[in-house]
Design a protein around this ligand. Structure first.
Ligand SMILES: [Zn+2]
Length: 664
């Protein structure tokens, strides 16, 4: 018996362990030994009335249908030194078309690059100056507007206007460590990408030109958690000034490098919580690529052994048993193959979870050539229905030996050639280690290739703009308006209202701290109720699919006014919010009438309780005080939302005690 129990417990331990491994897929590392260096680049939209370099309103239009569309194509041009930018060529090779969608009242000819810039928005400059001062940065007195190349089509002119406003600042972490701020720039937001369809990227121009600050740190961050904290602190600091406080108005990029690896830029980190996972996965990927490099050295292989051209297998495989290859060839596609000497097992080397070297090559092929993927001999080839005879022909043609790995692609002549170029170049880089890239953050903590890392010199002077001055007197005036550091605010609030710091942080990151202040002034009796309304209830309703944006600050104020005047009970708040989210056209008073929310006086409550007790005397006789539970349910059925549950409970208890006394 004992043995069986033991066996069962150990099974549970194994099961638990397995579960843990699965749910916490994040592997951790010795960051000091790896010499991990991370830096952050944080972008934040400012909440100004107008755009940065024109007078169009800085308002996003949501799902509103656009008034006009414009089609364009980007083409690379030679740089001043007579060469093409590599990242630009890669972008051009994708062969994507661009459609811009605009609104007559939100977009002018400036955004379309048909009119030179207007003067810089001084409201935006003031906010940016505040941020620079909060980051302890040196203010640049004489700012020069520059052009920063944008290759993905998100800016119609191909460049964004940007100016460096502050340098050499720092932000302090909780433990006192200072993370240096490299630069703070004031710049224009790019257009927002709506979709990609038929090799065309669709961009909405409403977002283009909205003022944005970019904060870049030095690579002083040495652990994933430190990186998360630093991003949070900079975020809090930005949100203590006049910035747009909505989802998506702040974006984080993280760059990661380890000893022997390369600086990799990870774009589009949407949540702070993703940061540690993304960094750990990136470390794992870089370590994996370094292991491949080592394996290649050990196998005494050389980059020169990589063929420069693929071999056309189309004719040899014309009678293949594989359905999809036969179909492809029939429709005019080419089957190309290439043999990598000594590469056996390297394509299946796992770099991150569910991500092998083969995935890395295949992802890049997909993005650049548009092909669905690659076939390689390290994977199970049976899923492609290739017969032994097919394989024999392929290996013969490619001269593949046991220790080699071959790769196939199927596509139009142009796509197959492009794909093979990508494969050859990527495999060649395996000898060097980690290729410098900009990668996109994915929700599972992995990343995928987005584009080549931009060359260093992306900035050119903007010949259309005049110099902008930040005069000392002006800077000193703004210095007087600086808000308190948010982490001090958080500590104060959490102490004053006896709540966790996390709650105050959430209030700041939902942009509701000021609303909280206003509600608590009106209704100081119950801070925890105000927290619940603004955070938990809101989140719960959003999860139910309610459009919370329809509840304005004024609506919250109306609700709490009714509560203050005892017109409603706190139980009615959620219902009012829910209906307001559904029917934004109704006022809170109208909703209250619609829901027939009336308050009930304590006297009326007592009458109701007495009536219910009269009908349940037997229950009270039998259960005595334990009758309170079921009776409470019955009373609440009639008064829910009309009076505070705590008052009902107290009154009911008193009445039962009275009744019991009378019975004796
Ligand atoms: Zn405009």
């Amino acid at each position: 018996m004992k043995i069986i129990i033991r066996f069962i417990t150990s099974l549970f331990i194994v099961f638990d362990y397995y579960k843990k491994e699965n749910s916490m897929s994040m592997q951790e590392f010795d960051y000091e030994k790896l010499n991990l260096k991370c830096g952050l680049e944080i972008h934040q939209q400012l909440d100004t009335e107008k755009k940065l370099f024109c007078r169009c309103p800085a308002k996003l239009q949501g799902t509103r249908e656009p008034d006009f569309t414009i089609n364009r194509k980007m083409r690379p041009v030679l740089g001043e030194l007579g060469s093409y930018d590599k990242a630009m060529l890669t972008e051009y090779e994708k062969g994507m078309g661009i459609t811009y969608e605009g609104y007559n009242d939100v977009v002018c000819t400036y955004e379309l690059d048909d009119t030179p810039p207007f003067s810089c928005n001084s409201e935006a400059r003031s906010v940016a100056l505040q941020i620079a001062m909060l980051l302890n940065a040196k203010i640049i007195e004489e700012m020069h507007v520059c052009r920063k190349n944008y290759l993905d089509g998100s800016v119609p002119s191909g460049f964004q206007r940007t100016m460096i406003l502050g340098t050499d600042g720092y932000v302090t972490l909780e433990n006192g460590k200072k993370i240096r701020i490299d630069i703070l720039s004031l710049e224009e937001e790019a257009a927002r990408k709506i979709k990609t369809e038929n090799k065309t990227n669709f961009f909405r121009l409403d977002r283009l030109g909205i003022p944005l600050v970019e904060v870049t740190t030095k690579p002083d961050i040495n652990t994933p958690n430190e990186c998360r904290e630093c991003a949070e602190r900079i975020g809090l600091l930005l949100w203590s000034t006049n910035v747009k406080k909505v989802l998506g108005s702040i974006r984080q990029d993280v760059n990661v490098s380890i000893e022997g690896g390369t600086r990799i830029e990870i774009k589009g980190v949407q949540k702070l919580g993703w940061i540690p996972v993304l960094i750990n996965h990136e470390i794992s990927r870089q370590l994996g690529l370094l292991e491949i490099k080592k394996a290649l050295e050990k196998r005494k292989l050389d980059e020169k052994d990589i063929p420069n051209k693929p071999i056309d297998l189309t004719d040899s495989l014309i009678k293949t048993k594989s359905n999809f290859i036969a179909k492809g060839i029939k429709s005019g596609k080419k089957l190309y193959g290439i043999n990598f000497i000594g590469f056996k097992d390297l394509f299946k080397k796992e770099l991150m979870e569910d991500y092998r070297f083969g995935t890395e090559v295949s992802n890049k092929v997909k993005l650049i050539s548009g092909l669905k993927g690659i076939i390689h001999s390290d994977e199970d080839l049976s899923k492609y229905d290739l017969a032994d005879d097919d394989l024999k022909k392929i290996k013969e043609k490619l001269e593949t030996k046991k220790e080699d790995c071959f790769v196939l692609v199927l596509g139009s002549l142009k796509d197959a050639n492009k794909a093979m170029d990508v494969i050859i170049n990527r495999v060649k880089f395996a000898f060097k280690g980690v290729p410098p890239e900009t990668r996109r953050a994915l929700e599972n903590g992995n990343t995928e290739f987005l584009r080549e890392l931009h060359g260093g010199a992306r900035l050119y002077p903007d010949t259309d703009s005049e110099t902008i001055f930040n005069y000392e007197e002006e800077v000193n005036e703004i210095r007087k308006t600086l808000p308190e550091y948010p982490w001090i605010t958080i500590k104060k609030y959490s102490k004053k209202y006896k709540t966790e710091e996390r709650i105050i942080k959430d209030l700041i990151f939902t942009g509701r701290l000021i609303l909280f202040d206003n509600l608590i002034k009106l209704y100081p009796d119950n801070p925890s109720l105000v927290f619940t309304t603004l955070l938990e209830t809101t989140t719960a309703l959003r999860r139910e699919g309610k459009n919370i944006e329809n509840i304005t600050d004024d609506d919250f104020f109306q609700i709490y006014t009714l509560l203050k005047q005892n017109e409603i009970s706190k139980e009615a708040i959620e219902e009012l919010m829910s209906l307001k989210a559904d029917s934004p056209e109704l006022s809170i008073d109208q909703i209250k009438k619609k829901l027939k929310i009336e308050s009930i006086s304590v006297d009326d409550l007592k009458k109701l309780i007495n009536e219910i007790i009269k009908n349940n005397l037997n229950l009270i006789k039998e259960k005595e005080m334990r009758a309170k539970g079921p009776l409470m349910g019955e009373v609440m059925k009639k008064v829910r939302g009309k009076i505070d549950g705590a008052v009902v409970s107290k009154e009911l208890e008193n009445s039962i005690i009275e009744t019991l006394k009378e019975m004796k």
